[in-house]
Design a protein. Sequence first.
Length: 574
Amino acid sequence: MKLFIKYTITISLILILFSGCEDFKVGDQFLEKRVSTDATLAKVYSKKVYAEEVLAEVYRSLPSGLMTPLKFAWMLLEGVTDLNSNSKPGLTFDYGLQTSSTGPANMPYTIFDDKGNRGAISGIRNAYLFIENVDKVPDMTQSEKDIRKAEAKVIIAYHSSDMFRFFGGMPWINHSYNPTDNFKTQRCTAAAYVDSIVGLLDKAAAVLPWSVAAADDGRITKATAMALKVRVLLFAASPLFNDAAPYLAGEAADKKYVWYGNYDKARWQRALDAGMDFINQQSQNGIYQLVKTGNPRADFQAAYFNRGNNEILISSRWFVTHTDNYFANGQFEQGVAASTLNLVDMFPMADGTDFSWDNPDHAANPFFKNGIPVRDTRLYETVVINDDQYAGRKAQCYVGGIDYIKFARFDGFLCRKFRQDMVTNMGKYFEYPLIRLPEVYLSIAEALNELDRGAEAYTYINMVRQRSGMPGLKTGMDKVTLRNAILRENVLEYAYEEHRFHDLNRWKRSDIYATTAHLSGLQINKVGTSYTYQKIATVDPRLTYENFSPRLYLQPIPIAEVQKNYGMVQNPGW
């Protein structure tokens, strides 16, 4: 398949790339140095230490949700949703999936354009190269080889699941392709692709240990494989794929590449079963748990930020430590990471009631009252809030304040998650969580609700809420109301962790996409020692979403791949 042969390069060339990656480590003692650039295939697999370094580069292909040159041209995926506006002056953001000029000829996904050997395609190929060659290593036990191969299989499954979420069923790759191979192939049906991913995960889970020693923190485990299985099956059970009709007609829909061809409640049961299998293993083996010391804000920060916290089940570790450059700080402060009032208003009051600007007390004290935070603690860790502690002082997001001039002039807010205050996080170990334990709990809750067992869902939702100091949800919601509450909980827990985009697509939420044409911000004025608040329109109005098309639920396959005529059918509407 030409998509994959594009990345058929020699081991020597792969290892040349290694030499520029001195900063990567998975665990504290995992893969301290790189193989020399003149290494041959025989030499690479002549010693355990060299083989481990090859696997480290396979790990390195796992994506990061923070801004990098390879991530939508320094943009954030949240910027395509209602959570963030890309308000940088002069920014057309043709790369960001939302403008009328965006199409199959100019999609910059790292899945297909993996510069620096970090995308899904090269990640899959290099994983198979490792799997196919590691048995040659003389100083590894068979058990070590089997575990390392299982780790590589989970990375293949992770990349494949990403492609499924963006594109639907894709050609299934089961080995590293060579120039002499036959590349005439077809996309898999959605059903076959999901089953292939799940099958790979099941095989890996049967070999992998449930957990690893602290020195190997960051390695893939059985828990990783089982949690990723939950994600894949939940996505597959959602209406984008599991419905009485396709989201759009077309050849890809007719061939069932982009949906199952019908609705089947059993798909929700399959997702639930995967979630409960994880819970059963957790109860037997322990180890993984929510970070919960009794300090809700600090616990939430530690949950997404700290290595070795027993809550992160798989993570990307592109770098060793946090630096200003990795956050593209100038880009952040020029409006690329402008959190919207749409996002901020989703966070409830600390007592669990919904926030409302129509409530006089809420409107007068939307964030603090007598110096005490009044909202869900996760808000203050997700977004820079006026008067909150920031960089050793209080944030000044009001008109004329230091932070207003720097970034708050766009929407009144700035993404704080991961970036924090650009002081306390600098020099700390880098980690971007790809799956955290709360995702398993909230996925179980969602599946229960869709199976008309909503009364059982509250237990799993409230486990996540209580960690942040929030009371449990009010029980007795109908199915649709509880579904929306779960999707909202995903935002509160996972804003800037790339969940919202996929949630909106898998639930075909055209209603929310339509509202993103009218994103809001907040202008704050300081009057004496008090503040006044005025809702404003953002600089980024998303005008093209006023004519929203369901084609955006799945993204276009690059036209260059379709034109190679090896069997790649374009997604509907593109």
